[in-house]
Design a protein around this ligand. Sequence first.
Ligand SMILES: [Zn+2]
Length: 160
Amino acid sequence: MDLMSGVAITKQIYDLLQTIKEGRDQKLVSDAAGNLSEKITALQMLNTELSGFYHSECQKTMKLSQENSKIKMFISNIEHYALHKTPAGSITYIPKDTPDNEVPLYYACAHCYQKAIVSMLQPDKRDSGFHMLYCPECKNKFKQSLIPLKSPNMPNPFRY
Ligand SMILES: [Zn+2]
């Protein structure tokens, strides 16, 4: 069923009502009345179908507008970040207003950044002699920096 069949049914209902109104022949009138209730049922079904369709279209529009405002917010934010390579060579983003020679306030996940999400990397367990960061959003891990061999928390394999 579509909108065009709705128009056709409405036209049929109008014709049936005309027949009933004219009321020339009792047989014609009672046939028309039976036919009329059938057409009205069809129209009600179509109405239900259309309102369901309308509802789902409204939801789609709402979701799109939410996506849109998320992207707009990201774009207005984008100029505040710059690509940054950690001392261990991982590619991340950092807030721009941090001078290069200072440790950035935080690293943002480059993977999530491509999807318009600024996800702050968090410290993770050390791995293979590196300080590690992980992304709470996409769970990717990033090498931050090599752990110095003299670090008191890490046994120095060359000491003995
Ligand atoms: Zn991520």
